[in-house]
Design a protein around this ligand. Structure first.
Ligand code: TEU
Length: 537
């Protein structure tokens, strides 16, 4: 199920502001549904729009069953759902169930001495040495309880205690609340971190993640949540942090009664030095190919489903990261899209990716808003000078993908008539949706054609995948096959021209599409910089 669907991720805060507040809103999303329907999108996933102090832009939820006033009203949300329905676009909401904001009434009751709610969280008299994923210790002291609470993320995001049945019951109510309002699916934030160990101990070799990642009861809890709320037939995607193939086969396997698909991030770490996000390295395309093969073959064999994606609101822009910002900007954006979106799984497009949006153009630390970036800036500054730390943020900050959507070349890229909450990239004059809508050769129209191609070919939705060795690390090539129909996808992810030898391959391939001119498949195949082609046998 869902292989023929395409999901578009919206970061509401940065999508479109209709009030001049500087923050995007629900009405803005409604006004762009036509744009999304035209692109060929079936679902939109909204990152959290619930009331929140916004320390982590909504991933710190203070009330799961309401809409943050910044974004609009419940009525407007219902309007969005029905407007979406008319266009065949379903709404997916982001369930942040690993933690709540410390402003949530449960946490407030807990720290004011309510024992019932203290058991909703993880309070201990003695902290461990675990590190928060945003830097610094994972435990925070509460004086009047003389106890520490666990926060795997920001100090304002307290981890929930899923071993408490009452917590699980409350979270089920949240799902039912939104289901009733016509929501068509859910994304579950870091859902593989919910099952914590029985005993907390120091991690002598790492930051603590080995004790809570894919924890002992995680599958049991997901099954219970899915079955008690009857969302087994809806589109559900779990965000899996540092997960393993075996676990993902359970999370999203055909008859495991858990989720319909999962995100994993291993392929987006090929440019981390020694696995450290905050140390720069060139992308290792050999490793990328190995990871694609491992996950695609593994999930295929396990009858499990993967979300296909190259970016989201936590990742730098892919075209800046592995593509080309200048000379081969459009070519590289198209090649990367082709490579990612035609594999076996369900394509996810992050807002602005379809027009080749690039990393933020920030020069000063004051321009950054993201809590993780600001925390790490301090940590980096202890080790290096200012410019070096800023260079790392420029490449790695989550704000890179959070700058406002570039709609047109009006003031603020058409995003807002007020002062945007975060700086618009100055390149909006050149890179914007309006410019691309009427240009047949644009990245936007390429995405549209790619989506149509995928939907019109069972080989690309239901087909198996087989990777092809070309002798070049940065050429990703694979064949999708269904009922003897074969489609060959080949992408040169480098800025050099290369020649590949296919003397042994005698298949007659017909060209379907690509990012340069139509190309015959020949024994000696010359690929231009970032050239990609799709052929049919
Ligand atoms: O992210 C989970 C996560 O572990 C990472 O993606 C993290 O944001 C970062 O990349 C570590 O370097 C999810 C959400 O997508 C993210 O926006 C939230 O901040 C986080 O959970 C906490 O809810």
């Amino acid at each position: 199920m869902f292989e023929d669907k395409v999901v578009y991720q919206i970061y509401p805060k940065s999508f479109l502001d209709t009030t001049g507040s500087g923050t995007g809103d629900l009405k803005g999303i409604i006004s762009k549904l036509d744009y999304l329907a035209n692109l060929g999108v079936d679902y939109i996933w909204l990152t959290p729009i619930f009331p929140s102090p916004q320390n982590d832009n909504g991933y710190d939820v203070s009330d799961y069953c309401d809409i943050d006033k910044r974004y609009g009203t419940m009525q407007e949300f219902e309007n969005l759902v029905s407007a979406g329905n008319k266009l065949g676009i379903g709404i997916m909401l982001d369930m942040v169930f690993n933690h709540t904001s410390t402003q949530h009434k449960w946490f407030q009751a807990a720290i004011n001495g309510d024992k019932y709610y203290q058991d909703f969280y993880i309070f201990r008299s003695k902290p461990t040495n675990w590190q928060s994923k945003f830097g610094g210790p994972a435990w925070e002291y509460i004086e009047n309880l003389d106890k520490y609470y666990l926060h795997l993320f920001d100090v304002s995001q307290a981890d929930l205690n899923w071993d408490n049945k009452n917590v699980r019951e409350e979270l089920k109510k949240v799902i039912l609340f939104w289901k009733k309002r016509g929501v068509k699916g859910f994304r579950f934030d870091v859902i593989n971190l919910i099952s914590k160990p029985q005993h907390f101990e120091d991690d002598l070799t790492g930051d603590g993640r080995k004790f809570y990642t894919d924890g002992a009861k995680v599958h049991e809890y997901i099954k219970e949540l899915v079955s008690d709320t009857q969302i087994g037939n809806m589109i559900t995607v779990g965000e899996m942090s540092s997960t393993s193939l075996d676990n993902c086969i359970k999370y999203s396997g055909e008859n495991t009664n858990e989720l319909s698909m999962c995100f994993n991030f291993h392929h987006l770490k090929i440019d981390y030095k020694d696995g450290d996000k905050w140390q720069l390295a060139n992308p290792n395309f050999n490793e990328l190919k190995r990871l694609f093969e491992y996950w695609q073959y593994g999930m295929q064999k396990g009858h499990a489903k993967q979300a296909l994606f190259s970016g989201n609101h936590d990742q730098p822009r892919i075209v800046s990261r592995w593509g080309s910002e200048n000379k081969y900007w459009a070519e590289s954006a198209k090649a990367l899209a082709t490579c990612f979106l035609l594999m076996n799984g369900i394509p996810y497009i992050y807002q602005g990716e379809e027009i080749g949006m690039q990393n933020a153009d920030f020069k000063r630390i004051e321009q950054y808003k993201d809590v993780e970036s600001l925390n790490y800036y301090k940590i980096l500054r202890d080790k290096m000078d200012k410019q070096e730390a800023l260079d790392i943020l420029h490449a790695r900050s989550r704000d890179n993908s959070r700058t406002p959507m570039q709609w047109n070349n009006d003031k603020n890229a058409g995003f807002s008539k007020g002062k945007p909450w975060i700086k618009v990239n100055d390149n909006y004059i050149r890179i914007n949706a309006e410019n691309q809508l009427n240009d047949d050769n644009s990245i936007l129209n390429y995405y549209k054609k790619l989506i149509q191609l995928r939907k019109n070919n069972l080989a690309l939705t239901k087909g198996s995948i087989q990777f092809i060795e070309t002798g070049f690390d940065y050429v990703i090539a694979y064949v999708r096959e269904y009922e003897r129909k074969r489609i060959l996808v080949m992408c040169n992810l480098s800025d050099s021209e290369i020649e590949i030898n296919f003397e042994h391959d005698k298949v007659d391939w017909t060209w379907l599409m690509g990012n340069y001119d139509s190309k015959l498949f020949t024994e000696k195949l010359l690929l231009k910089p970032f050239e990609c082609n799709i052929w049919l046998a």
